[in-house]
Design a protein around this ligand. Structure first.
Ligand code: SAM
Length: 290
C-alpha cells in the first residue's frame, strides 16, 4: 500500500514536515503508537502549552525539544517553525488535549506551513466531540460540530435560533461554569422535547454520560454540584421535520455564509436544504450585500 509505505509507523522519517499530532483528552493511554514514534523522532514539538506537552512526553520518556505555539503568538511562532522547516527539520504540532486546530490553536500555523509549500501530515487520535458522539447513541448519519457557543446569553440565543431548524445532531463544547446557563438556552432555543447527552470528563476518573430530554437537563445539572464539574461535550438531537426545500436551504445559508466562502456555503446549503443551487447562489449574493 503506497500510503502505508509513505507514512509507515516506526520507520516514518520525513524531513521538513509538520505532523499534526492528536494527544489524549484525559487518559494518557489514549495515544497511538504512531503519535509516540513521531513525537520521539521529530526535531521539535510546537506545543500549545509546553508544560502540558512536556508532562505527556515525560510520561513516555520522550525528550524532544518544545517550542510554544499558542493563540497569542501563533503568527510569530509560525516564523520560527518555517525557519526550522527551511533548515530541513521536522516538527510535530500538539495542543493541550485532543486534536490541534479543533477549537484549539493550530490552523494559522498549518496554513502558513502549507502556504510555504511544506508537507503537513495529520497523526489522528483523540477528539472530545467525536468521542462523545460515538458514545451518544444518536443514530442520525449527519452531525454539525459547533464547538463553543458564544459566552453571552443574547449572542448564544441568536446562534441557537439559526441552528434550531437544522436536521443534524448538534455537538457543542462547554465550560463547567457556563454549562447550566448554556443548557437552559439550548432548551429554550431548540425545544424541551429534544434529547441531549451530557458527556462529562471523558476518559477520566469521573467520566459521566447522561441522557435526558432538554426540558430535564437543567434540573439534572442543578441536582448535584459534582455534575457541573469538569469538561463537557453536549450532544443534542437535530430538528425533526425541519422545513423542506428552499426554506431550509435559506436558513442553512444564513448560518453558513458568515463562516464559509460563498460557493462552499451555497454547495452545503443545497445539500442541507435540498434547494436549487442557482436560486441559493442568487440568494447568497443578496444576503452578502451590506
Ligand atoms: N482540540 C480538542 C479536541 O480535539 O477534543 C478540543 C479542545 S477545546 C479547547 C476544549 C473543550 O473540549 C472543553 O471545554 C470541552 O468542551 C471539550 N473536552 C476536552 N476534553 C474533554 C473531556 N475529557 N471530556 C469532555 N469534554 C472534553
Amino acid at each position: 500500500m503506497e500510503h502505508a509505505a509513505a507514512h509507515g509507523g516506526a520507520g516514518e522519517e520525513r524531513r521538513a514536515t509538520l505532523y499534526v499530532v492528536a494527544t489524549p483528552i484525559g487518559n494518557l493511554a489514549d495515544i497511538s503508537q504512531r503519535a509516540l514514534d513521531v513525537l520521539r523522532r521529530v526535531d521539535a514539538v510546537a506545543a500549545e502549552d509546553t508544560r502540558v506537552t512536556r508532562r505527556l512526553l515525560a510520561h513516555y520518556g520522550i525528550a524532544t525539544r518544545l517550542i510554544a505555539v499558542h493563540e497569542h503568538n501563533e503568527r510569530r511562532a509560525a516564523g520560527q517553525v518555517l525557519a526550522l522547516l527551511a533548515a530541513g527539520k521536522s516538527l510535530a504540532l500538539t495542543c493541550d488535549a485532543g486534536t490541534p486546530a479543533i477549537s484549539d490553536p493550530g490552523a494559522l500555523l498549518v496554513a502558513a506551513v502549507r502556504g510555504a509549500g511544506y508537507p503537513v501530515t495529520p497523526v489522528p487520535g483523540p477528539n472530545a466531540a467525536v468521542a462523545a458522539l460515538s458514545a451518544s447513541g444518536f443514530a442520525s448519519p449527519h452531525f454539525l460540530f459547533y464547538g463553543f457557543l458564544p459566552e453571552r446569553s443574547a449572542a448564544r440565543r441568536r446562534a441557537l435560533a439559526a441552528l434550531a431548524p437544522l436536521p443534524f445532531t448538534l455537538v457543542f463544547h462547554e465550560a463547567p461554569h457556563r454549562v447550566e446557563a448554556c443548557v437552559a438556552d439550548l432548551r429554550d432555543g431548540l425545544g424541551g422535547e429534544r434529547r441531549i447527552v451530557l458527556a462529562r470528563e471523558l476518559t477520566k476518573l469521573f467520566e459521566t454520560l447522561h441522557e435526558c430530554a432538554l426540558a430535564e437537563a437543567v434540573e439534572w445539572l442543578a441536582g448535584n454540584a459534582l455534575r457541573r464539574k469538569g469538561e463537557f461535550v453536549l450532544i443534542v438531537e437535530g430538528a425533526v421535520g425541519a422545513p423542506a426545500g428552499d426554506e431550509a436551504g435559506r436558513r442553512a445559508l444564513e448560518v453558513l455564509l458568515p463562516e464559509l466562502p460563498l460557493r462552499q456555503a451555497v454547495d452545503l446549503a443545497a445539500r442541507i436544504g435540498g434547494g436549487g443551487k442557482k436560486e441559493l447562489y442568487r440568494l447568497a449574493l443578496e444576503l452578502k450585500k451590506p
